[in-house]
Every structure is written in C-alpha cells, then in structure tokens.
Design a protein around this ligand. Sequence first.
Ligand SMILES: [Zn+2]
Length: 389
Amino acid sequence: MQAQPQRISGRAVGAVMFIAALAVTVAWIVLRVFFTTEPVESAPEDSTAPLGAASIARPFDHVVVLSIDGLRPDAVAHALDLGRAGFTALLKGPHTLEARTDPDSTVTLPNHVGMVTGRLFRGPQGHNWLPNVLLPTIAEGGTLHAAHGSYVPSMWDVAHDHGLMTAMLASKGKFILFDNSFREEQGRPDATGADDGTRKIDLVGFALRGEGVIRKIMAFLDDAAAQGRRSLSFIHLADTDVTGHVRAWDMTPGSLYLACVDRMDALVDRLVRHIEANPALRGRTAIVMTSDHGGGAPPSSHTVPESPLNFRIPFVVWGGDGEPVDLYAISPSRTRPAPTERMTATGGSPIRNADAGNCALWLLGLPPIPTSTVGVEQDLLVGWSRPLP
Ligand SMILES: [Zn+2]
C-alpha cells in the first residue's frame, strides 16, 4: 500500500519532467529559428558571408589592387608636399604611410603572394613561396599549391567564383606564377553559385613599363563596365623598383628615383581621371594601393627585412572624393608601429600589404579568402563611412 502512491508519484514526476523537457526543446527551436542572428555555419573554408565585421553598406562594382614596386612612403609624402595630382587624389580617403611588409621578407614575389592570398610567408598557414628570380615550371612544382602542400585560394578565386571578371596585369615576367597557379588545370572547382570554372583570372597581361599596364587596366575596366559586369583586378608597376636597383633609392630632390615616383604619380592621376570620366565607373570603383617593399638597404636593393627603409610601405584605399582619414584611427584591431618597429608575426598586428586581398573583397561586398589569415575579419575599414558619390 505504501509503494503504490510512490509509483504513481514517480510516473507523475516523470510525465511532468518529459513535458517540461519537450517545452524547453520546442521553445529553444522557436527561439533559434526566429531570433538567432549568428550564422550556423561559420567555417572559413565554406563561408559565403563576411566573417566578423559588418558588410559594407554600398559595395563597389570594381576594385583595382595597385602595387607600385619599391615605392617608399617618404617618396609618397614628398609627392604630396610637391602637390602632385595623382597621390594627392589617391590619398583622399583612408590611408597610412606606416604599413608593413611581410615580417620575414622584403622581396617582390613573396610579398605579392601575400597581397593576393592574405597569408604571411611563414607559419602553418604561411604561403611558403620563396623563389623570386628563377621560377620553377608547373611540372617542377611552380604553383602556390605545390609550394604550400595544399590548395592556396586567392582573392581572384573568391571574386571569380562569385561571377566577377578578374585580371592580373604586371610588369615583371615572374608574375606568371599567378597564371600558373590559377589556370584551368590548377584552379579549384567553383563551389559558389553558378559554375564560373576553374580558371580564376580571366585576363592575364604583361607590359614592361607602367604606361602599358595602365592602358591595359583602363581598357579592362571599360570592357567590364560596358558588359555590365563587376570586376576585381590586380595591377603591378615595376618602374620605381627598376630605377632603384639601377640608381639607388635616392631621396635627394631631383634624383632619378624621385623622378620615377613622379612618373608613377602621373600614371595614378591618369587612372583616377579615367575612372572619374566614365559614368559607369565613377563612384563605383575603388583602388587599394600598396607596395611590396621600400628600398635602400643595401642602397641599390631591398633585401634586408630588418631595415625600416625596406619594411615601411604605404597602404591606401581610394573610393572617389572624400576626406583623408588615418587608416589606423578607424582600425581598432590594428596597432600602429613606431617608424623603426618591424613587428614580427607574433609581435602585433600592423596594417600589412597582405591586407590588400581581403580588403578588396570587402569593398566588393564579398567574403574573405578561405583559409587566409591576414585581414580575414575584414574589419580594416570598420570605422569608415563611405562618402556617397
Ligand atoms: Zn627589387
């Protein structure tokens, strides 16, 4: 007789607990479905939405990543002092003359690999690409994927997989590395939306002098705009580096190096004017300008990664007319280094040239480069309000 009420009571308790658990589960599902704001899937490898930072309110239709080889920040400052039109126009927006190269390399190709892949040279996710002079062929392992041991996606992968037109226009033959790494046979299948194919760079072109590169990019942008397509392009001007190697990175007024910087300024001016003159490009096109390294240590080269002459570089974002903004002031996750401070990979987070790729993708409203490490949060411009055209 004593046991019966206990058994009934146990059943009742069990039923109440079951109903309560069911209610909690249903409530949790309802709350999750209706009120969750976090993406359920956040693995960078399969990401289709920007991580971390909010998306840009009005994405640009075209972004040009412009690398001026061996352009020192004090040479840019000098051009501004002289009132040169190109850099004066380009620096009407977020910029810094205190950006950094890769912490372990101040030579051309490893730093450009960083710009387009969002990776540093060293580390588990490092791109590990060392050759800068004689490139191995594809059969000899001359792709980014072979050097790293697994596929290394680029900013072109993300843009192309999202249906944008892409280009790589350079003035040094060794940039064939990027065509070798992202041509039909080497590029990864497109898992995003419609299949845009495995060739990630639509237009690959070379010109010995900057004038030729600028002509090609202006034609590419006009072509993309005429087709109603959006685009991501990378262009490289080698002239300043070539002059530096021949006549040193000489900052004396009237030097050949500074005369060459003036020529680059005129090319920047020409590109900006061209964009402004085309109604289909104006207000819809952004430029991200940086450099692979400075120069002067040793005097006619840039091979010493510990030298501020080599590791200090500019990083500039141009989106049309606006107010000059200190890029560090609007990037709370970044630490401004002292002018003599290199900042190693573990010693702080300066703005680096390797930020270019993920910054460009953010400006286009696209997610970051999968498995990249530099700028993958896409918060470089988080404090910037884009001026409306
Ligand atoms: Zn060089």
